[in-house]
Design a binder for this molecule. Structure first.
Ligand SMILES: NC(=O)NCCC(=O)O
Ligand SMILES: [Zn+2]
Length: 441
């Protein structure tokens, strides 16, 4: 991590709480990563889902015969995202590490982030285009390819979730919008044709993000165009320390400019998109907002809606450690927190200290002392007569003190230990029982 941060321009690390035996980190391992991030001035990212419970649930679903893509969604309930998000926030707070929760798919997980922000924690949530525009009805689709095409983690949620995530973006409770773009063609998704656990996770997003978010966020009046720019560009540039080189149009900033035509519409389709995949989760969506011109690093890359890129022209932009937007507040908060964590000056305790071993011995001796008179009394109450079989009467239970005439006949006189009836027994047999349930001699 130190090499990546100090020499390679990487300032964030994603931790997975899902995908057991592949990526999943235990809580203490995550604490280690968060502490390392804090030390190096990086931002911790987290994929927040309780992978262990999900795995168990998925196993059960398969055992119950649910093998289609709907099983993916059933196996990853919202509660598992909420729980993991809350846990990650607590661990990050413990490590005084900034936390960026990627692909927030659950509104309540978003609310957990919002609550932590209100408590002053330095944390951010990023819903994605898929979660802001689609819902879990796709997993019920009868076309396997269609349903599998929507498999990502955490999965799409019920239709009311989108609206709630949008509101949190509008209020600033959630900070950025991403895509988690991670596409698989039909033959790759088909790895899980008989078992949803083997469907590769991920959906498209990068190419259509701006149009989809404009349509769902700005055309609906939830965000104004300036909030749209903040949620799609400026805020991310600040969190990942690219601002003002990125995220701003100003002298000295990179010449990255989009001329956006908000009046016209386009229809999204896998038939016309540019990304190298045969499926589009936004298929058929009509969106206002078309990039007429795009200038990237001073070069025209979209000219009158036509893509004009040269392969290999992109360049890596190093991201320096300690983003001020994140760390300035974090450092002050950390100082305030540790100011409250001081040892209290007091006189040393000079009284006796218990000797735990000696105390244990003492307690054992007391218990023994209490047992002995009871055993002696029990022995005194026990009749001394020995039966003709050599059996000690009442050896394994209380003796029936009723007169024989009042007590029904024993249910059996057969000794419960094999061999006892032959007289070979050297140990007392268990006494037979009367019908009243009490032992008889
Ligand atoms: N969102 C999604 O399923 N992406 C694939 C890898 C990951 O889980 O982050
Ligand atoms: Zn992830």
């Amino acid at each position: 991590m130190a090499t990546l941060v100090k020499e390679k321009g990487i300032n964030s690390f994603k931790c997975f709480m899902a995908y057991r035996n592949v990526f999943l980190l235990e809580d203490d391992e995550m604490l280690n990563v968060f502490q390392a991030c804090r030390k190096l001035g990086a931002v911790a990212q987290v994929h927040a889902e309780n992978g262990k419970i999900i795995e168990r649930k998925a196993e059960q679903l398969v055992a119950d015969g649910i093998r289609g893509p709907e099983g993916h969604s059933y196996s990853r309930p919202e509660a598992m995202e909420i729980e993991a998000t809350t846990r990650a926030l607590a661990i990050a707070d413990e490590a005084n590490c900034p936390l960026y929760v990627v692909h927030v798919m659950s509104a309540e997980a978003g609310e957990a982030i919002s609550k932590a922000r209100r408590r002053g924690q330095v944390c951010y949530g990023e819903p994605i285009a898929a979660g802001l525009a689609c819902d879990n009805s796709s997993y019920q689709h009868t076309c396997w390819r269609h349903a599998a095409g929507h498999v990502l983690s955490p999965p799409l949620r019920d239709p009311s979730t989108k609206e709630r995530l949008w509101r949190m973006l509008a209020t600033g409770e959630l900070t950025c919008t991403g895509t988690d773009h991670c596409v698989f063609k039909a033959d790759q998704k088909a790895l899980g044709k008989d078992d949803f656990r083997r469907i590769p996770n991920g959906v498209n997003g990068v190419e259509d993000r701006m149009s989809v978010l404009w349509e769902k966020g700005v055309e609906t009046g939830i965000l104004d165009p300036c909030q749209f720019v903040a949620a799609t560009s400026t805020n991310a540039a600040k969190v990942f320390n690219l601002y003002p080189q990125k995220g701003r149009i100003a002298v000295g900033s990179d010449a990255d400019i989009v001329v956006w035509n908000a009046k016209e519409t386009r229809t999204i389709s896998a038939k016309t998109h540019h990304q190298n995949v045969d499926f589009n989760i936004f298929e058929g969506m009509v969106c206002h907002g078309i990039a007429e011109f795009v200038i990237s690093g001073g070069r025209l890359v979209v000219d009158e809606r036509q893509l004009k890129v040269t392969q290999g022209a992109g360049r890596f932009v190093p991201m320096p450690a300690f983003p001020p937007y994140v760390y300035n507040r974090l450092e002050k908060r950390e100082a305030a927190k540790s100011a409250g964590t001081v040892a209290v000056a007091r006189d040393a305790y000079d009284g006796p200290v218990i000797d735990l071993k000696a105390e244990q011995e003492r307690q054992k001796a007391v218990a023994k002392e209490q047992r002995e008179p009871l055993a002696a009394a029990a022995a005194r109450r026990r009749p001394q007569r020995t039966s003709s079989t050599g059996r000690q009467p009442g050896a394994a239970g209380a003796t029936c003190r009723r007169a024989r005439s009042a007590c029904p006949a024993p249910s059996s006189t057969t000794p419960s230990r094999p061999g006892a009836a032959s007289g070979r027994t050297s140990r007392p047999a268990v006494p037979a029982q009367a019908a009243c349930g009490e032992a008889v001699d």
